[in-house]
Design a protein around this ligand. Structure first.
Ligand SMILES: Cc1cc2nc3c(=O)[nH]c(=O)nc-3n(C[C@H](O)[C@H](O)[C@H](O)COP(=O)(O)OP(=O)(O)OC[C@H]3O[C@@H](n4cnc5c(N)ncnc54)[C@H](O)[C@@H]3O)c2cc1C
Length: 268
């Protein structure tokens, strides 16, 4: 955002296809581009994914994604084709998330496009040569994009409230407080879920399977299938980012939000 007079703001949305970002000058601040004129900005939002130039610019060192040790294959199959096979009909006719768990590997399948497409993901140990594509973060909760959407909404909503540049540092403090704990928990739970899925055959695996079968109708907090864990699913899917932002903003306007620099005073 190079300049704005509330409630308008000028935003430059930089996309790799059109503009390749090479770094950030934090003093000006300014976004450095591979081609064309650099952008000056009051705030730079570095949402450039896993291989992030913005993250490396902020840290000041190379920070490539770390490999997880897992590899995923993804296949989509036409729902109508599957209906032609008696032993596959169930998968398309009763919508559910189906898991097959095994030592170090699992398969998950579910319907997309209102039942027209069956999505299958096969996760297994990563034994590919160094240069091939592989997983850089564990996808076992299928929530990365959901978190990115919540992040974007949260930041956009906070920016829509401000009336002066002096509030920008406070906006970022509120944003971090709202988003960091939630997204960190998703990442950690995803890793935990991997351990549950990939147990080797033996007493732990048998006990997991007993709990899954015995309490399928009455899942409890910590139930091995996170999608049916009543406490976790409420936390993951019951979250209303709009409500959380409004609560945080109300607190901020009362001058009660921790760690802010007090930009709200400019409105008093
Ligand atoms: C196979 C697969 C299945 C998935 N399934 C799910 C799912 O079911 N549910 C779910 O919630 N999530 C899922 N995810 C995860 C989800 O896709 C990611 O977590 C999410 O896309 C991350 O969003 P992001 O905006 O942070 O980054 P990205 O989506 O990676 O966006 C980054 C953007 O920045 C741009 N960019 C990068 N570098 C530069 C540069 N130097 N200059 C300019 N632009 C740049 C890129 O072009 C891109 O547009 C899946 C991921 C994969 C790979």
């Amino acid at each position: 955002m190079a300049e704005f007079s509330p409630p308008n703001l000028l935003s430059h949305i930089v996309n790799e296809d059109t503009v390749h970002l090479t770094g950030i000058d934090f003093e000006t601040p300014r976004v450095l581009l591979a081609r064309g004129k650099d952008f000056k900005a009051d705030i730079v939002i570095g949402a450039d994914g896993l291989k992030s130039v913005c993250r490396e610019a902020l840290l000041g060192w190379k920070d490539p994604p770390r490999l997880t040790g897992d590899l995923a294959y993804r296949v989509t199959v036409s729902g109508s084709e599957m209906r032609k096979h008696a032993n596959l009909q169930d998968l398309v006719e009763s919508p559910a998330i189906n898991f097959w768990m095994g030592p170090d590997s699992h398969v998950v399948g579910y319907l997309l496009k209102g039942g027209d497409l069956y999505n299958i993901v096969l996760a297994c140990p990563d034994n590919l040569p160094e240069l091939d594509p592989r997983l850089k973060e564990l996808p076992y909760l299928a929530s990365g994009a959901a978190m990115a959407v919540e992040d974007g909404y949260c930041l956009g909503r906070l920016l829509s409230y401000i009336s002066s540049r002096s509030q920008l540092p406070d906006i970022l403090t509120i944003y971090e407080a709202l988003r960091k704990a939630r997204t960190t928990r998703v990442v950690k739970q995803s890793s935990h879920y991997q351990q549950i899925f990939h147990i080797h055959d033996g007493p732990r695996q048998e006990e997991r399977d007993r709990q899954l079968a015995e309490f399928n109708e009455e899942p409890y907090e910590g139930y091995p299938n996170k999608w049916r864990d009543p406490v976790f699913r409420e936390w993951l899917w019951g979250y209303d980012v709009n409500v959380e932002v409004e609560k945080a903003w109300a607190k901020y306007e009362k001058g009660q939000f921790p760690l802010i620099v007090g930009g709200f005073r400019s409105r008093l």
